[in-house]
Design a binder for this molecule. Structure first.
Ligand SMILES: Nc1ncnc2c1ncn2[C@@H]1O[C@H](COP(=O)(O)OP(=O)(O)OP(=O)(O)O)[C@@H](O)[C@H]1O
Ligand SMILES: [Mg+2]
Length: 284
């Protein structure tokens, strides 16, 4: 078998208190993603999804984060043995991130031209300075921003939430990462914009042949982007399998609870709040 693009083996991370104590936020987590494939990590708030994703490029503050065990292999190399220079090439280069809030990636005081241009400068030596604007326009166009020429000098606040999300996707993808990590990419958006952005991500994954790590609490958005799914509960993976199989025939009570919570169009309230954690913890 070929080496997966990324492989996490038995990863345990905790946030240490001053006295060194602290229980793990991520415990014994293992998964891998092949080139061109998608994995969804699904779990509710605080289950350890973002911590495990940030660990992939050592973006957690150390301390307090402590890697107690495990390996994080990118094309067979452990990121924990990489130096700062190598890590910088991985961050935003080999691995791109998009987050729920565009504000975490887009800087309010710089234009799209400056911000996307900087990513090209850092990670795309094949794009000459003279060719940068054309490349930025091509990416803005690709993510569905209309009249991209006129948006070059726009500041993030001049764009709608959905457009900011698209600009953030352009910024992450123009580096041509092998893996895109989308951490709750649409949670802050309304349902129709959410559907558009998910469709855009599905299209881009196909066109670019990239791998995707999708992080979400919502089982309802993963189809078509995630070939496999890993369900996280209190820092551990409780179920893993092909997306269609897990959706059709979930084995674990927590997975079933999450699938029952899929928000439906027109539903008045998100039912995630009704999961009975104490009862679940007893059966798990
Ligand atoms: N920098 C930090 N210092 C201390 N504890 C942290 C830190 N970052 C995360 N944690 C803790 O780790 C646990 C897992 O957090 P994580 O952010 O991975 O959750 P999540 O599954 O991404 O949740 P959400 O859906 O709300 O984003 C939580 O208990 C959180 O409080
Ligand atoms: Mg998170």
């Amino acid at each position: 078998m070929s080496t997966p693009l990324i492989e996490v083996r038995d990863l345990t991370i905790r946030f240490a208190k001053r006295d060194g104590s602290g229980k793990p936020a991520v415990e014994g987590v293992s998964w891998s993603i092949e080139r061109g494939r998608g994995l969804a990590v699904v779990g509710e708030s605080g289950s350890g999804k973002s911590v495990s994703a940030l660990a992939l490029t050592r973006l957690l503050p150390e301390p307090p984060a402590v890697y107690d065990s495990g390996e994080i292999l990118i094309e067979g190399r452990d990121v924990r043995t990489m130096n700062e220079y190598e890590l910088r090439a991985v961050r935003g280069g080999k691995i791109g991130y998009i987050f729920q809030e565009p504000a975490t990636s887009l800087n309010p005081v710089f234009t799209l031209q400056t911000q996307i241009g900087e990513v090209l400068r850092l990670h795309r030596p094949d794009v000459t300075p003279a060719a940068r604007d054309a490349e930025i326009i091509a990416w803005l166009n690709r993510v569905g921003i209309v009249e991209p020429e006129g948006r070059l000098r726009a500041y993030p606040h001049e764009l709608s939430g959905g457009m900011q999300q698209r600009a953030m996707i352009a910024m992450a993808l123009c580096a041509r990462p092998a893996l895109l990590i989308a951490d709750e990419p649409t949670t802050a958006l309304d349902v129709t914009v959410q559907a558009e952005i998910m469709q855009l991500l599905r299209d881009l994954k196909e066109q670019l042949g990239m791998s995707v790590l999708l992080i979400t609490h919502n089982f309802g958005i993963i189809r078509g982007l995630a070939d496999e799914v890993a369900v996280m509960f209190r820092g551990k993976i409780v179920e893993r399998g092909p997306t269609e199989t897990v959706l059709r025939d979930p084995q674990h009570p927590y997975t079933r609870a999450l699938i029952d919570c899929i928000p439906r169009l027109g539903a008045k309230r998100h039912r995630l709040a009704t999961i009975d954690h104490e009862a679940l913890a007893k059966v798990i």
